[in-house]
Design a protein around this ligand. Structure first.
Ligand SMILES: Nc1nc2c(c(=O)[nH]1)N[C@H]1C(S)=C(S)[C@@H](COP(=O)(O)OP(=O)(O)OC[C@H]3O[C@@H](n4cnc5c(N)ncnc54)[C@H](O)[C@@H]3O)O[C@H]1N2
Ligand code: MOO
Ligand SMILES: [Mg+2]
Length: 639
């Protein structure tokens, strides 16, 4: 199964560079790419001015990252600032004039002005660079012409890459390069000495990763079910709820007092009857000079047009035992409609009361009851299985043998999901260095040839009853980090990404595959406990929300002034953006949760937010830091 094609999109434009929102061509191109290649990885997106050096530097950097295809848009015309083709031709080692000819030939059919476009196309190492014109329309047209040829172009370029990597691996480890097996690269990886020395997956920005997940989850099969409204808490509504009747359905009193005619003004009234909440309408029409005792919520009697609260009245005459009032003094002259709640004041007939896509919370549930909706249509939730991988893992109750640790990730994940109202199936621990009959000691490599059968079996078992599998561990560069290989080789999965530009969480992997005719999703989270927790929050929870079509699928974020950061230093020495685990207080001051090493689960204990620190955030020009809130502002601190 080929890996998804990775793309870089470089918009070259002085004006878009100055005003970011002006760039329409970059987003257009992204849309076209996803339309044609739904599993594409858009690894880099950037806007640079029409500056030869800046264009060259970006192209070179992206080629070094082994992005498959870089599209530039803009800077291909005749004006003095147009230098994109010059920058491109300066970095490529081979030109690809066929692509240029195809695009120009097609564009000439649309406009003779195409003669004035000078796109350059070429190859640097394993990357294909293609210049597209600057207008969104021309971008779509040119992309349409060349898109079919792209997968094969990438195949040709990357075949070369794979053989280079495996040959290199062999030559560096042993002088006997001739023993390099001729099997596929993944089989070569079975031998420790020949495993990848460099990840075969491009580093991807998290915005792009989120977009890939969003695209896939949004379009996942959408199914709904009817549930009794009492059990609909935290489910997502699959129908708009309209009011079939007004609330209140009759004009009702807002106060305990007397229903009167406002035209009578202040003064003495004869008390006729009683209207209590729950009573049907009184069969007499109120006459001038009369009043009816009324309680809050009772229907307004015919003939009355105002209510006067009991505090504004005095009894003038009553029965001997005081049980009945005969006359009252209305001390304040009422105005029409005083203290009357009109029909439909709370909810108008046919009004939209609750929106499809909303997660049903307690007040929503109350509204459903109020409207008499006994059953509601909600979206079905995916079934989720959770697996921990690692030979070192034991259950919490077990006596630890040397080298073993207790599995915390499974418990974190199961309960994190529960906290966001998702049940999951505990699929246990799977050993990833599994000594089975098929493990063979290879004297040449002086190593056991590893069998990942256990991981395969565990996945297979979980696919039979889950739509989404969340694993932790086994996704980095170790010889026993076999998850990706098993997914690709045994399940023909598409790995959408396997390396993210973030700390913690670099090896986070996302794959999809078909199993027995159904699509399965695999979130391969890193084994380090803090990395596992952070990536579950940032990617898995929003994905589950999207799969059940929730319109509230991302965490709120706030901008926090630097002056509010209390116990720094807030400097990120890594070259990846860092999600520091923090506690945001009610006054928006921020405190950290201590040592942020990825293994330290306690860095998540007591945190309610993730503070996003750019690399070297000391040099940040903006005074504001973005914090993603994943829990209430006023959560209790548990130390
Ligand atoms: N050569 C490289 N090594 C590593 C890289 C790299 O880029 N190149 N990345 C590092 C980063 S960043 C991370 S994060 C980890 C992720 O590793 P894996 O996802 O492969 O996870 P494991 O190797 O299986 O385990 C890592 C660590 O976490 C502990 N662990 C695993 N599962 C659990 C669990 N269920 N409960 C508690 N603790 C768990 C495990 O014992 C290891 O200590 O890789 C780096 N390496
Ligand atoms: O990305 Mo890893 O999650 O830094 O430790
Ligand atoms: Mg590992």
């Amino acid at each position: 199964m080929p890996s998804p094609i990775s793309f870089g999109i470089l918009t070259v434009s002085d004006s878009s560079y100055a005003v970011n929102s002006k760039d329409l061509s970059g987003p257009k191109l992204k849309e076209e790419i996803f339309k044609e290649f739904p599993s594409a990885e858009i690894t880099r997106i950037k806007i640079v001015p029409d500056d030869l050096h800046k264009i060259k530097a970006t192209l070179t950097e992206w080629c070094d990252m082994k992005i498959n295809i870089i599209f530039t848009t803009g800077g291909t015309g005749f004006s003095s600032r147009d230098v994109t083709p010059e920058a491109t031709l300066a970095v490529v080692q081979k030109q690809a004039p066929g692509l240029t000819i195809a695009m120009i030939t097609n564009s000439l059919k649309i406009t003779p002005m195409a003669m004035l476009s000078r796109p350059g196309c070429g190859i640097r190492d394993t990357t294909l660079i293609i210049n597209l014109p600057g207008s969104p329309k021309a971008v779509s047209e040119c992309f349409g012409v060349i898109k079919e040829a792209l997968p094969h172009a990438v195949e040709l370029l990357t075949d070369q890459k794979d053989s280079v990597i495996s040959t290199h691996g062999a030559v560096q480890s042993h002088s006997r390069a001739s023993v390099v097996p001729t099997t596929s690269p993944s089989k070569v990886q079975l031998k420790a000495a020949l495993r990848d020395r460099e990840s075969r997956y491009p580093m991807m920005d998290i915005q792009v990763a989120s977009e890939i997940i969003n695209n896939i989850c949004k379009n996942d099969k959408i199914t709904t079910e009817m549930v009794p409204f009492e059990s609909s808490l935290n489910r997502v509504l699959a129908e708009d709820i309209h009011a079939s009747e007004p609330i209140p359905s009759f004009a009702a009193s807002i106060k305990d007092g007397y229903a009167v005619k406002s035209s009578d003004g202040a003064g003495i009234r004869v008390v006729k009857k009683v209207a209590a909440a729950g009573d049907g309408p009184i069969d007499e029409v109120l006459q001038p000079g009369e009043a009816i005792r009324i309680s809050t919520g009772a229907p307004i009697p015919a003939g009355a047009d105002a209510v006067v609260q009991v505090e504004d009245t005095a009894v003038v005459e009553c029965s001997i035992d005081g049980a009945e009032e005969i006359k009252v003094d209305i001390k304040r002259a009422p105005k029409p409609n005083d203290d009357i709640r009109a029909i439909g004041r709370d909810v108008a007939t046919n009004s939209l009361v609750l929106n499809k896509g909303k997660c049903i919370k307690p007040f929503h549930l109350g509204v459903l009851a109020m409207l008499g909706k006994t059953n509601v249509e909600v979206y079905k939730r995916p079934s989720v299985g959770i697996i921990s991988t690692g030979n070192e893992l034991c259950e919490p109750g077990e006596q630890l043998a040397p080298g073993k640790i207790r599995d915390s990730n499974r418990y974190t994940l199961i309960n994190l999901l529960k906290n966001y109202h998702y049940e999951s199936n505990d699929c246990g621990i799977v050993k990833d260095k599994y000594l089975s009959k098929s493990d063979v000691f290879d004297p040449f490599f002086n190593a056991v040839i590893f069998s990942p059968d256990a991981v395969k079996q565990a996945l297979e078992k979980s696919f039979t009853r889950n739509d989404v599998i969340i694993t932790s561990g086994g996704v980095s560069m170790g010889e026993f980090d076999v998850l990706k290989r098993v997914l690709v080789e045994d399940f023909e999965a598409t790995i959408h990404f396997a390396r993210l530009n973030m700390k913690p969480g670099k090896p986070t992997t996302f794959a999809t595959l078909m199993y027995n005719g159904e699509r399965k999703m695999v979130f391969g989270l890193p084994g380090n406990p803090a990395s596992c927790g952070v990536t579950c929050l940032l990617f898995v929870i929003p994905a589950l929300r999207l799969m059940e079509q929730s319109i509230d699928n991302s965490f709120p974020f706030i901008e926090i002034p630097a002056s509010k950061l209390k116990d720094g230093p807030y400097i990120n020495n890594d070259n990846r953006p860092e999600f520091r685990r923090v506690k945001v207080n009610c006054d928006l001051s921020v405190t950290t949760t201590g040592d942020q090493i990825s293994s330290r689960l306690n860095s998540l204990v007591g945190a309610n937010g993730l503070l996003l620190l750019d690399p070297g955030a000391g040099a940040k020009t903006s005074d504001e830091f973005i914090t993603i809130l994943f829990d209430d502002l006023n959560v209790e601190l548990m130390e």
